[in-house]
Design a protein around this ligand. Structure first.
Ligand code: HEM
Length: 122
């Protein structure tokens, strides 16, 4: 499940970079890319809650990583539904998206270290 979360997060990121290039007029892309980015973004937000949700009440990165992807998702949905063309919104969206993926990675790395340490103590 952790692997699926990471794959969804990285694909969302890669497609997001592609969409940024199109938005800046560098090339054109099929509308499928928008749809895939949106679906993978929704999957990332749901999977983060499922995989990391048990730590939501903890402080620091552990708790934040579970719900943070909901922020870029909310801005992405705003862009898609009513605020299409507001460049500041998509710039904030991209920064929050990158932050969300970084937080997920940090959380998973900490979890792995903790598991290794626990195994070492046995
Ligand atoms: C968890 C992270 C993310 C989620 C949940 C997410 C979700 C969404 C959603 C729902 C939309 C609106 C539908 C669409 O137009 O495709 C969108 C649009 C967009 N996203 Fe993301 N996104 C995430 C991360 C990123 C990242 C990291 C980048 C860039 C590096 C990015 C760049 C964009 C761009 C440029 C658009 C506008 C596409 C267009 O209509 O031209 N997103 N995102």
């Amino acid at each position: 499940m952790q692997l699926v979360l990471r794959i969804a997060a990285y694909l969302t990121f890669l497609l997001g970079i592609g969409l940024l290039g199109r938005l800046l007029g560098m090339y054109s892309l099929s509308g499928m890319v928008d749809m895939l980015h949106m679906l993978l973004g929704i999957a990332t937000a749901i999977l983060a809650l499922v995989v990391l949700g048990n730590t939501i009440r903890q402080d620091g990165i552990r708790g934040i990583a579970a719900w943070f992807p909901l922020l870029p998702l909310a801005l992405g949905i705003l862009w898609y539904t009513s605020m299409n063309g507001v460049m500041a919104l998509i710039a904030i969206h991209a920064v929050l998206g990158l932050t969300a993926i970084g937080l997920i990675e940090m959380h998973l790395a900490r979890r792995k270290r903790a598991q290794r340490a626990a195994l070492g103590q046995q």
